[in-house]
Design a protein. Structure first.
Length: 439
């Protein structure tokens, strides 16, 4: 490549509503002397000043490449068309002024920053318009955490941007549909970082309850009369009713492991007694919505797998407080809801890729038959998916680190420390009130 990064020739780049398209004909594209060809094997090309990684894709597929020229560009190859999105890191004197401000919000990569993140509490509060509200002349505090969290501006902006500029259905050969596909693919990657999973293991749906009923129906098609499902007394009803429905539909038996009333903890002895070779599934919450009890889900998974059973984890009430690690937990399925961690009302289901690809999910004939889309019924809430990804990236922006996952680790630790301080303040204040009894 000729010239320094500050003198990049952008004459071959056209801006179409924030999507930067490389001009040229045929299957090959030429940008500053570097040729990009659909289907190239992943490798570096160019000089030290410019490098690119292009993934091998099937005809009509989608590929991504990162081109580094003192800044980052995300390259999309869709149906032989090459499209660029400029990333958030811009060279100080670059003449690449095309498309930076009009780039789709939902495709920005705030998770790529390795800076210090938001530091002060005041800066964090300013991200939430709901916190500016007053009631009877007083600033308010929201105590309806179990009902959901408030939403930062970045989430709403991502949803607005999608609806205003990219609204379309998926898998069609026109710009807004291609952009929708890219936004969903990007969101799967973001949520995969959030759960420590792979993008092809992330399923979107209306909410955790709907996704759990859907999964239960798919699993139930493989169950027989007298097969057993084990749940616990600590569960939210959304992790009981879907499995109880299989009692009527498939003749299975749902068994209930007891809680220890004095401690609010799971009775592991009772759990062990009710787990048997007839057990096909253990359904357990990572954290109780009523008591806050945190279950040892890794222990539950080990016990289930030792008898050939699978495990489903309800992480709705765990996800806002601690970082989920599906690989460490060795779980088969896990569900959570974005509205619990500053996102919109949308559900996320993790499923091991091999299981998502083999289960008999109810689906329409023309629907995709590959994981994870085969587990998603009908047209999805695309703006909600964009908002869910923005919520995760907002969390990651609260701390520093080399990767999104590292920033999430650090952010959750900071949030835990802050939560501890607030809880102590609340507890001490309530203890001073004569009419309040603490447990």
């Amino acid at each position: 490549m000729k010239g320094e990064k500050d003198n990049i020739d952008t004459s071959a780049v056209e801006d179409h509503g924030g999507i930067l398209t490389i001009r040229g004909g045929g299957a090959r594209r030429d940008w500053n002397g570097i040729h990009y060809k659909q289907g190239m094997s992943a490798k570096n090309v160019g000089t030290a000043k410019l490098s690119a990684n292009i993934a091998t894709i099937p005809p009509g597929g989608v590929a991504y490449a990162h081109i580094h020229v003192g800044f980052e560009v995300v390259l999309y190859i869709i149906e032989g068309k090459v499209r660029h999105e400029f990333g958030s890191v811009r060279p100080k004197s670059a003449k690449l002024n095309v498309g930076l401000n009009s780039m789709p919000v939902a495709l920005k990569q705030p998770g790529t920053s390795t800076g210090a993140g938001i530091i002060s509490i005041d800066q964090v509060r300013e991200c939430f318009p709901a916190l500016a509200r007053t009631h009877n002349g007083f600033p308010i505090a929201y105590f309806d955490g179990p009902g959901g969290t408030q939403v930062p501006r970045a989430v709403v902006e991502a949803m607005n941007d999608y609806l205003y500029h990219h609204n379309a259905n998926t898998h069609w050969a026109y710009p807004t549909s291609e952009e929708t596909d890219a936004i969903i693919d990007s969101a799967r990657s973001v949520l995969a970082d959030f759960l420590n999973a792979e993008p092809t293991e992330i399923v979107f749906g209306a909410n955790m309850t709907t996704l759990t009923f859907h999964l239960a129906r798919a699993l139930g098609r493989g169950y027989k009369c007298n097969d057993e499902i084990l749940v616990t007394e600590l569960e939210h009803h959304a992790n009981i009713a879907p499995w109880q429905a299989l009692e009527q539909e498939r003749g299975v038996t749902v068994r209930l492991a007891r809680m220890i009333p004095e401690t609010g903890e799971l009775d592991w002895d009772d759990f062990s007694k009710k787990l048997s070779e007839r057990t096909k599934l253990v359904a357990i919450g990572a954290a109780s919505n009523a008591l806050g009890t945190i279950n040892d889900v890794r222990r539950a998974a080990k016990m289930a797998h030792s008898l050939g059973a699978q495990i489903f984890i309800d992480a709705v009430h765990y996800a806002p407080h601690a970082l989920i690690a599906v690989r460490d937990w060795d779980c088969d399925f896990l569900a959570c809801s974005a509205y619990k961690f500053y996102g919109p009302h949308i559900g996320i289901l993790f499923g091991r890729h091999d299981l998502l690809g083999s289960l008999d999910f109810p689906k329409l004939l023309p629907a995709p038959d590959s994981a994870p889309e085969r587990a998603e019924t009908g047209t999805q809430n695309h703006e909600g998916i964009a908002g869910a990804a923005a919520a995760v990236d907002f969390l990651a922006s609260l701390a520093s680190g080399a990767t999104r996952r590292e920033r999430l680790h650090a952010a959750f630790q900071r949030l835990h420390d802050r939560g501890d301080a607030l809880f102590t303040q609340l507890w001490d204040g309530l203890r001073e009130m004569e009419r309040v009894r603490l447990y």
